[in-house]
Design a protein around this ligand. Structure first.
Ligand code: MG
Length: 355
C-alpha cells in the first residue's frame, strides 16, 4: 500500500448559535478535511480544526502546511506512520492541528487495510461512554435555560464556560445548579480568565454548588499560579491550554501543578501523542479528559477511538459536532442522549465526508 495522492478540502460550517468563551466568540467552524488516497483505492480521513487563540492555527496555514508536507507523504506506506511522523516533525515545527489530521488519516488507512476498527488496533478498553455538553458564556439566566435543555436532551454532565468576572461567574454556576438540581454533574472552564487569587475566591464560592472540577483557571504560562490554585481549593484542577505536548505533561507533573489533563488532538498532534500524554498521566496515577476544538464528526470520531482504547481517560468533552448547523459526515460515531457509541467498521469507521 502506497500513498498516491492527498486531497485538501476546506470546510466552513456555521455554528447553530455563536459560542463565547473568555478568549472570544466563534461563529463558524473553518476546518480542513484531509483525504489520503492509496494505490489500492483506500481513503483515509482526517480533520484539522484551527483554534487561533489556543494553538495559533488558522485554516489558511493548515492548507499551506499540508501542501508543504505533501511530498513527504506521496509514495509512502501508511504502515510506516512512525517514520512518516518523524519526517514531518523534522520538516515543520508546531502545526499540531495539521499533524493531527495526518495522524488520524494514516491510522484510518491502517485500520481499513487490516479491516479492523481503530480502537481494536489500539487495544479496546470500552466501546461506549458519556460525553458532557458545553454551555458558552451568556447571562447567567440564559445559561440556566440552556442547562435545562441539555438535561432534557439526556446529558448528565454539563461543562460551563466562565472566566469573565468573579461575581457573574459564581452567579452562572448558582443559576445552573438551581435549574438542574444535584443529580447532574457540573464542571467549569475558565479558559485562562482568572488571576490565581481571584480563581481561588471564585472556586471556593462555587464549591458549595458541588462543582466537579475546574479547567484552566489561570493563563497557560502561569504554572506556579496553577499550582497555587490547586493547593488552595478542594476540587480537582485540570490543565487544558497549559498542556499541549507530552513534554508539557511531564513539566506539569514535576511541578505538581494540576490534578488532571485535558488532551485534545489539535493541541498534541494526533492520537499517538494523545496516548503518550495519557500514559505519562497514568504512570503517576492521574486521570485525563479528552476534549475538542470546534471539530466535525471526523475529528470527534478519531478522538472517540482514543477514549475507547485508553483506560485513564475517564472524562469526555466531545460535543462540538452537535453545535454545528450541518453534519458533513457519513458513518463515524453516534451520539444518543449524551452517549457516544463507536462504529464497528474498519479504521475510523467514516464512510464519506461531503463538502
Ligand atoms: Mg478548556
Amino acid at each position: 500500500m502506497k500513498i498516491k495522492d492527498i486531497e485538501i478540502r476546506p470546510i466552513s460550517i456555521p455554528l447553530k448559535e455563536p459560542f463565547t468563551i473568555s478568549l472570544g466568540t466563534i461563529e463558524n467552524a473553518d476546518n480542513v478535511i484531509l483525504c489520503i488516497k492509496t494505490d489500492d483505492d483506500l481513503v483515509g480521513y482526517g480533520e484539522a480544526a484551527p483554534s487561533s487563540t489556543i494553538t495559533g492555527d488558522i485554516q489558511e496555514y493548515i492548507i499551506s502546511g499540508l501542501n508543504f508536507i505533501k511530498p513527504i507523504l506521496i509514495g509512502k506506506d501508511p504502515f510506516d506512520i512512525s517514520r512518516i511522523e518523524e519526517d514531518i516533525a523534522g520538516a515543520i515545527k508546531g502545526n499540531y492541528a495539521m499533524k493531527a489530521a495526518i495522524d488520524m488519516a494514516l491510522l484510518d488507512l491502517i485500520g481499513k487495510a487490516t479491516k479492523t476498527p481503530l480502537y481494536k488496533l489500539l487495544g479496546r478498553y470500552r466501546t461506549e461512554f458519556k460525553t458532557d455538553c458545553t454551555i458558552g458564556i451568556k447571562d447567567p439566566q440564559d445559561m440556566a435555560r440552556d442547562a435545562v435543555r441539555i438535561v432534557e436532551r439526556g446529558f448528565d454532565t454539563i461543562k460551563v464556560k466562565v472566566g469573565t468576572g468573579l461575581t457573574q461567574d459564581v452567579e452562572r454556576i448558582k443559576e445552573i445548579r438551581d435549574a438542574v438540581g444535584y443529580e447532574i454533574s457540573i464542571r467549569a472552564d475558565a479558559n485562562q480568565g482568572w488571576k490565581p487569587k481571584d480563581a481561588v475566591r471564585a472556586i471556593k464560592k462555587m464549591e458549595r454548588y458541588e462543582l466537579e472540577l475546574i479547567e484552566q483557571p489561570v493563563p497557560w504560562w502561569d504554572i506556579k499560579g496553577l499550582r497555587w490554585v490547586r493547593t488552595h481549593v478542594d476540587i480537582p484542577v485540570m490543565a487544558d491550554e497549559s498542556v499541549h505536548s507530552p513534554q508539557d505533561a511531564i513539566k506539569l507533573i514535576e511541578q505538581e501543578a494540576v490534578d488532571m489533563f485535558n488532551i485534545k488532538l489539535m493541541k498534541c498532534g494526533g492520537i499517538k501523542n494523545g496516548i503518550k500524554i495519557a500514559n505519562i498521566a497514568e504512570s503517576v496515577g492521574m486521570e485525563c479528559m479528552v476534549g475538542c476544538m470546534i471539530e466535525s464528526r471526523v475529528a470527534i470520531t478519531a478522538a472517540s477511538h482514543l477514549v475507547a482504547s485508553t483506560k485513564n481517560i475517564t472524562e469526555v468533552d466531545l460535543d462540538s459536532s452537535l453545535s454545528l448547523s450541518e453534519d458533513p459526515v457519513e458513518g463515524g460515531i453516534k451520539i444518543d442522549r449524551g452517549k457516544i457509541v463507536l462504529p464497528d467498521k474498519a479504521g475510523l469507521g467514516i464512510e464519506s465526508v461531503k463538502v
